[in-house]
Structure formats: structure tokens, C-alpha cells
Design a protein around this ligand. Sequence first.
Ligand code: SF4
Length: 323
Amino acid sequence: MEPPLLEVKDLTVQFHLRRGTLRAVENLSFFVREGETLGIVGETGCGKSVTALSILRLLPSPPCEVVKGEIIFETEDLLKKGEAEMQKIRGRKISMIFQEPMTSLNPSLTIGEQIAECFRVHLGCSKREARARTEQILNTVHIPSPKALMDRYPHEFSGGMRQRVMIAIALACEPKLLVADEPTTALDVTIQGQILDLLDELRGKMNIALVFISHNLGVVAQLCNRIGVMYAGSFVEMGDKESLFTRPLHPYTTGLLKAIPLPHRRNEPLAAIRGSVCDLMNPPRGCKFHPRCHKAAEICRVTPPVLEPNSSVVQAACHFAGE
Ligand code: SF4
């Protein structure tokens, strides 16, 4: 079997802050194959975005430090690459879409100028060629009248249109891997659906591997075949969508599934997971989820459960998985 396009091995990332050291990601391992979609889901503050930014080496150092691990992309460790090499990879081979397009786009440049820059910097296109390609990619992301709209500024676009522009920038150079960090969270539900459909359509057409990050398990399920559930910096469950939705093994996954609002449960109060994510500067001993877990036993307070990496079946880091 072909090696995965991306393989993250035992990644541990910490932040050195005035208050102390915060371990945002701990012993994280996962892989993504060519053309595959992997969903990463979890509450705010569980390490999803730190994972995404680590892949592209976009975390500021200091205060951030990659303590250990490897990020193997096309058989090379990105953590060993210099900044000049990373600049060639970002946008060309690995792209990222962020949550809020307005803060990612430059308000003083037209949409067209910002997209054309990708073609000029990464593919060495002339001005005229970059403009033609810009029109083409705007068409691909279903922006109406691209020729006229490419000379407009970001503030003249709606939130959904701006996110389409961000997708156009991300996919301009046909990367092999796209990391989408909560790309629909800032949008209303109908536009969210359109953006998810667009991402799925283009991913399929271009055979791009997608790492889709969200706090919403329902949204992740629309796009991804395999899903990893993160809690307090680590995966607590990883597996294929069907198994995860029908037979969740980890109490945290079960809690997230019960919290999805569904039409047939509209008269019932939404189930909530009690408590909040632990303080990562001072996490509890044993299983980090134990203060919130209704199944917690003595072993959970002492011994941290582990998740076996790189398994094709569903795995859960729980002493009582599936019981
Ligand atoms: Fe709950 Fe124990 Fe499993 Fe942690 S290891 S999720 S505390 S049952």
C-alpha cells in the first residue's frame, strides 16, 4: 500500500506563557491518504487549530515549541525544513482555509490581486496569465461575473462570497492537501451548506486530501469518511464515520453525538457534557476526561488510557471503550 500523503507521528506542542507551560497537543498521531477526507472534531480549546497550524508550521516560536514528533508529508519531515522551503510548500502543496475570511484577506487589495499573487509567486505566471487564471478559478468556485468582481475589494463581498474567494486562493495552485479550520463556523446555516458542497465538489474534482476541522460533529460527518475526536490535546477516538456514529466507543464521543440538535429531538432539551475542558496547564492525572465522565472508575484517575495509532478500525483511548 502507498504511504500516506501526510503522517503526523507523536506530535507534542506546548506554549511557554507567563503563567507556566501549556501543553496544547500531546502525543498526537494520525495519517491522511491522497484524496481522503479526515475530520477532526472537538470542543474549543482542545488543540484542533494548533494541530492545523503545526502542519503548516505557522505557530509563532516563541511562545510555541514543538517538543517532539514528526510531520511527514510526501515522505519528508516538515519539522526539519527551513522557512524558505516551507514558503514553497505553503499554498503550492499544502493550503489552508481559516474560519473568518475577512481577517485572512487583505482589505486594501482587490480580490483579483490577491488571487493572482498565488499564480505569480508559486507558478511564475506573467501578470496577464495570472489574471486569466484568476478569472478561471473564480468561475470554478461559482463566483458570478468573475471578470467584473475580481476588481472589487473584500468588504464589497458577503461572508459566503469571501469564503469562496478564500477557497479559490487555497486551491489556485492545486495543492495535494487542504487544511480547512472551521471554514463554515462564521457563516449562517444555508451558506454553510453551500460552502460544504463546494469544498466536496472541488476536492473530488482535484483529488485533494482534506483535513476538515470543526467543533460540529454533524458538519464533519457531511464531508469526511474518517473522523478523529480530540479532547484536551489528544485523540480520544478515531475511526470511520459509520462506526463512530452508530457505535461510539468513547464517552466523550457519545456526549458529542447526543448534543447534535436533530429534528426528532426538537421537543427534548439538548444533552450537554457536564463541566468544561480541563486546564491544559494543570490537567488532571490519569484520563484527562475523568472529571466529566459518568463512567470514571479508580483506574481512570491514575492511569492514562492510550489510543493505538495508525489503525484502520475504530480505536478509543478509554479503559472501558464501548462498554
Ligand atoms: Fe471515562 Fe475512564 Fe474512559 Fe476516561 S478512561 S473516558 S474516565 S471511562
